[in-house]
Design a protein around this ligand. Structure first.
Ligand SMILES: [Zn+2]
Ligand SMILES: [Zn+2]
Length: 163
């Protein structure tokens, strides 16, 4: 007992999960790198690829949420329940939006364009208070807020979200 691949995998998974739990307690939605840096405090030799893999498996199992749309950097959420997020288009920070609920009507819920609805991934975009403060003194055009997401393949994702 205590060694071998299964035990190691479990330890890695537990370490990743407990890091996610700590972020969750602070209502922070970390990037992969932020998770990696914190997991290494417990398991100094773990690789970034292993952390990636564990995050993906946990997300696929519905234990955590993987957040990412269009060109936004992927972030993770230790809280797997359905809730709405808001992401800052300038710094990429993600917060929970309290009191905002998005629910399909009961009739739609079972036949959503032929889909069976099993959950919700909803993300508003905005500019966070920190970024607004930083830009307060500077005269910038309002289009700035959209620049990080206005190129490449991100347009399709943006338009898709509006429906
Ligand atoms: Zn920001
Ligand atoms: Zn969240």
């Amino acid at each position: 007992m205590g060694s071998g691949p299964t035990y190691r995998r479990t330890r890695q998974r537990d370490a990743v999960l407990s890091v996610l739990d700590r972020f969750r307690a602070r209502r922070v939605h970390p990037t992969t790198d932020e998770v990696y840096v914190n997991v290494r405090r417990t398991l100094p030799r773990i690789s970034l690829a292993t952390v990636y893999r564990n995050l993906d498996v946990l997300a696929a199992q519905g234990i955590i949420q993987k957040l990412g749309m269009g060109c936004s950097p992927v972030r993770f959420d230790g809280d797997p329940s359905d809730h709405v997020h808001i992401r800052c288009v300038r710094c990429g920070r993600v917060d929970d939006l309290d009191g905002v609920h998005v629910t399909p009507s009961k009739d739609d819920a079972t036949t959503f364009n032929g889909y069976e609805v099993i959950g919700l991934r909803a993300e508003f975009v905005g500019v966070c208070d920190t970024c607004r403060m930083q830009h307060a003194g500077k005269s910038r055009t309002h289009n700035d807020a959209h620049r990080p997401c206005s190129s490449g393949g991100c347009h399709a994702a943006d338009q898709g979200n509006k429906n």
